[in-house]
Design a protein around this ligand. Structure first.
Ligand SMILES: *[C@@H]1O[C@H](CO)[C@@H](O)[C@H](O)[C@H]1NC(C)=O
Ligand SMILES: *[C@@H]1O[C@H](CO)[C@@H](O)[C@H](O)[C@H]1NC(C)=O
Ligand SMILES: *[C@@H]1O[C@H](CO)[C@@H](O)[C@H](O)[C@H]1NC(C)=O
Length: 503
């Protein structure tokens, strides 16, 4: 997982007096056809980065050239060694009793240079074996086509600021649909957005806020649309799958009842989620109007001869709008938002464009990750907001989870899941949000981007000192299994006497 949270904005919550959600679990049940899953991503778990035929991606490159950016200078060269242990991984997935496994394909493992002329047979074989092993065990494969790991040669031509990336992504999509689409029925084109383009906390560390992130934003959206149309034109009739995108769906809550703070929170939602969701999911398409207006205005004030926010032509608006079968949301936490002073002298940044102060309530229970505090009501509110704003799309929660130090008795993780799953049940039954599936992040402890191996989200523990990368079930595995079996949020004490003993 990854959340773009600028720590300097997290200040004490003086204005917030609302009570956090109580601990009452939802009494509702998950619908019969509701799908449960668990997730991982290629660079975070696979390892096998130096095997023959595998190309270099931006994480290979930056963990070597800028090791100081990563906790303990760590990298994903071995990670969980899933490249060798995938059959064991499938056993772990099967043990959970989930319906699907969401994993990502490493672009540079399939196309070493990123381009379609050179296909790595070993890469194809790996994903074919993984897909077949899942299906043989009754688990549906759900593929993320791109989870932050751009092939290095594509980065060298500008990465997602180069409009031609949309074409190269379409070629890559064609190869995935062609080789795997007979068995894969859920495709997620992209995970999240343009991390690393507007800040320094993520590869490719471009750090050109207010410029690079907006260009990347447009190219990603166009690339997604190209892949969707390709599927429609050439694959859908035979393969009968679904194509969607996964967006960062954290909630932005007003820090007070003041009108300007309520507006500031809405502005945050539009700038964080709306810039990706609006072009694809909103009936009118295009960037959100409020974003368009603010960035145009501020660009003018700053002396730019054109807006820093790229424009979609009328043809592109139409081409992109409606290119979805479902919406994937990664939701972990909530941020409080207050209106900030306009400061014309500040230098260009998207924070200046948004003009907010973002923080969290110190009373909300904190996970290991600095940005992750527990506020499940945010999940319910986000789901309702998405339903109302984007014409009631089919939603799959593609990530939700809790970080700690890797404890085997992970009671706080279970409590987190209880509350967030309760919030989802309320959204389904009380707010009639069309949530069709839920994905726990993550299957196992893994390489957590710049945080290296210091924050653990896994249901299974991985011993990273052990060359064999031994996996061990945490308590949350027992709990999640029972939830899936009984299709309701179960109490901790219902799980097992073993667990009670540990409490
Ligand atoms: C943009 O500028 C126009 C003209 O100065 C102004 O009327 C409008 O309120 C501004 N919009 C925003 C969102 O700042
Ligand atoms: C980071 O390095 C220190 C010193 O070698 C070590 O004690 C610690 O366990 C490492 N942390 C992680 C998360 O790998
Ligand atoms: C992890 O593996 C190392 C090396 O095999 C071993 O010494 C250590 O005891 C293991 N740790 C745990 C918690 O099992």
């Amino acid at each position: 997982m990854y959340v773009l949270a600028c720590l300097s904005y997290i200040v004490a919550a003086v204005f917030w007096s609302g009570a956090a959600t109580d601990d009452v679990l939802s009494k509702h049940r998950f619908p019969k056809d509701f799908l449960f899953g668990v997730a991982s991503s290629a660079y975070q778990v696979e390892g096998g980065r130096n095997v023959n035929g595998n190309g270099e991606n931006i994480w290979d490159y930056f963990t070597k050239t800028k090791p100081e950016k990563f906790h303990n200078s760590s990298n994903g060269d071995v990670a969980c060694d899933s490249i060798n242990k995938f059959r064991e991984d499938v056993k772990l997935v099967k043990n959970l009793g989930v319906d699907f496994y969401r994993f990502s394909v490493s672009w540079s493992r399939v196309l070493p240079e990123g381009y379609s002329n050179n296909i790595n047979k070993d890469g194809l074989r790996y994903y074919n074996d993984l897909i077949n092993e899942l299906i043989a065990n009754g688990i549906e494969p759900m593929i993320t086509m791109y989870h932050y790991d751009l092939p290095l040669p594509l980065h060298q031509i500008g990465g997602w600021t180069n409009p031609y990336l949309a074409y190269y992504f379409e070629d890559y999509a064609r190869i995935l649909f062609s080789y795997f689409g007979d068995r894969v029925k859920h495709w997620i084109t992209f995970n999240g957005g343009c991390a690393g383009y507007g800040e320094d906390g993520f590869a490719p560390f471009l750090n050109q806020p207010g410029i690079a992130n907006y260009i990347c934003n447009q190219v990603l959206v166009l690339a997604h649309a190209k892949a969707y149309h390709l599927y429609d034109r050439e694959f859908r009739m035979l393969q009968k799958g679904k194509v969607g995108v996964t967006l960062e769906g954290n909630w932005y809550e007003p820090g007070s009842f003041a009108v300007e703070d309520i507006e500031a929170a809405e502005r945050a939602r539009e700038f964080k989620l709306g810039v990706y969701a609006n072009p694809i999911y909103h009936p009118e398409g295009n960037f959100p109007k409020a974003v368009r207006e603010r960035v145009d205005n501020i660009s003018r004030q700053e002396g730019y001869l054109r807006s820093r926010l790229p424009t979609f032509s009328a043809e592109e608006v139409e081409y992109v709008q409606g290119t979805y079968d479902f919406l994937g949301l990664n939701c972990y936490t909530t941020f409080l938002v207050k209106d900030a002073e306009e400061d014309v002298s500040e230098k260009t940044s998207s924070d200046k464009d948004i003009r907010i102060k973002m923080y969290q309530d110190k009373q909300w229970h904190k996970a290991k990750s600095s940005w992750l505090r527990v506020y499940p009501d945010g999940m319910r509110k986000m789901l309702k907001w998405v339903k109302d704003k984007y014409d009631d799309p089919e939603i799959i929660i593609t990530e939700n989870g809790y970080s700690d130090n890797g404890e085997l008795v992970d009671i706080e993780r279970i409590k987190y899941y209880q509350k967030y799953l309760s919030a989802i049940l309320e959204a389904i039954h009380e707010d009639e949000v069309n949530v069709r599936g839920y994905t726990a992040w993550s299957l196992m402890d893994n390489f957590e981007w710049i945080m290296g191996y210091s924050e653990k989200f896994g249901l299974y523990h991985v011993n990273f000192s052990d060359p064999n990368r031994k996996r061990t079930a945490k308590k949350s595995v027992d709990w999640y299994k029972k939830v899936i079996r009984e299709r309701r949020v179960v109490e901790i004490k219902e799980v097992s006497s073993r667990l009670k003993g540990d409490l």
